[in-house]
Design a protein around this ligand. Structure first.
Ligand SMILES: Nc1ncnc2c1ncn2[C@@H]1O[C@H](COP(=O)(O)OP(=O)(O)OP(=O)(O)O)[C@@H](O)[C@H]1O
Ligand SMILES: O=P(O)(O)O[C@@H]1[C@H](O)[C@H](O)[C@@H](OP(=O)(O)O)[C@H](OP(=O)(O)O)[C@H]1O
Length: 302
């Protein structure tokens, strides 16, 4: 039985009769073909990427496994529709903290139509995409059984300023994300730091982007995820993944400087939290309770 995923923090959602992704509960994620040429382009990317033998496993692990396409009942009631079948990156998680970060200082690609360019550049200018080279598209951080998840609503996330981004990256690894107090960053060293933490993984990805000239990724997201329980047990299960390949183009022998620049910028923000967890405290950022949702564990709402 397919159902909407529990931990989707951005993108089109299978709620209220909308078209969105579904999961089967046993490790597969079904993303409906998006309209226009996007669905076809995303399948083309996965097909090319999966068959490229030059991509080594330490890079391949950042991408969901591709299981082909399948006709399944769409979430909007429109009947059987083609879906991209992917590895569910989130299955078997209980209290997942996850952040979706759209990378690049521009989400439009050179071949885009004028209308698409206008739509993208407007949003790029209104968000941190232009000044930071990335924007947070959605997130949730698990706090506790009593207070549940800290999950700022979509509109508020899109309005994030540079300080809000700093604050959100700190709250994401804090034991008190929903508190008005300064985020304590108590999980930063285990989630962001260490030889297998998020920073190390981002640096590995960066090394690939410094070299690869095969693909240019526009409007693609980095997902950062971890479980609080693992952190409390002293284990790091933090992972970096890449999703959303509806706008991937042939790199034509040129480095993807748009993605690489955004990735470097994100790396710098995370490094700063590790080196100076007490600095850059951002009083006033993200404190407005109207814009935040502190949900009990089993009832995440936006
Ligand atoms: N393979 C996957 N496994 C689990 N969750 C996923 C997977 N791919 C995507 N997600 C979840 O779905 C969200 C949206 O994914 P994606 O960006 O591919 O959708 P989209 O509708 O194309 O988004 P956008 O509107 O930004 O273009 C991600 O933030 C993540 O929470
Ligand atoms: O950042 P947000 O607010 O989630 O907005 C979405 C985001 O910009 C996506 O990248 C875009 O899909 P494309 O990149 O594929 O155009 C989508 O367009 P859509 O609503 O027209 O699908 C937007 O709704």
């Amino acid at each position: 039985m397919l159902k909407a995923p529990d931990y989707q923090v951005a993108g089109h959602k299978a709620l209220d009769g909308q078209l969105g992704p579904l999961v089967d509960g046993s490790g597969r994620f079904y993303k409906p073909f998006q309209k226009d040429e996007r669905g076809v382009q995303e399948v083309a990317f996965y097909t090319t990427f999966s068959s490229n033998t030059k991509i080594l496993d330490h890079i391949r692990r950042f991408f969901p496994i591709f299981y082909g396409t399948q006709l399944v009942e769409a979430s909007d009631g429109s009947g059987l529709c083609p879906h991209i079948v992917l590895q569910d990156l989130i299955s078997n998680r209980i209290h997942l903290s996850i952040m979706d970060i759209k990378i690049g200082s521009r989400t439009w690609y050179p071949q885009a139509s004028e209308d698409y360019f206008q739509k993208c550049i407007k949003k790029d200018r209104e968000t941190t995409t232009v000044p930071l080279g990335f924007r947070i598209s959605g997130l949730q951080a698990y706090e506790s059984e009593e207070s549940g998840f800290w999950k700022p609503n979509r509109k508020h996330v899109l309005d994030f300023t540079m300080n809000d981004v700093r604050s959100a990256l700190r709250k994401f690894v804090s034991s008190n994300p929903s508190s008005d107090a300064e985020p304590d960053c108590s999980y930063a060293s285990i989630v962001y730091g260490g030889s297998t933490g998020i920073l190390a993984q981002l640096l590995e990805l960066k090394a690939w982007f410094e070299d690869q000239t095969v693909f240019h990724f526009y409007s693609c997201s980095v997902l950062m995820l971890y479980e609080k329980q693992a952190v409390l047990e002293g284990r790091s299960d933090a992972e970096v993944k890449l999703v959303d390949f509806a706008h991937v183009f042939d790199g034509e022998g040129v480095i993807d400087h748009n993605f690489l620049g955004g990735l470097c910028s994100l790396i710098k923000f995370i490094s700063e939290i590790l080196t100076s967890p007490d600095q850059f405290s951002v009083k006033g950022g993200l404190q407005d309770s109207e814009n935040n949702c502190f949900c009990s564990e089993n009832s995440i709402k936006e």
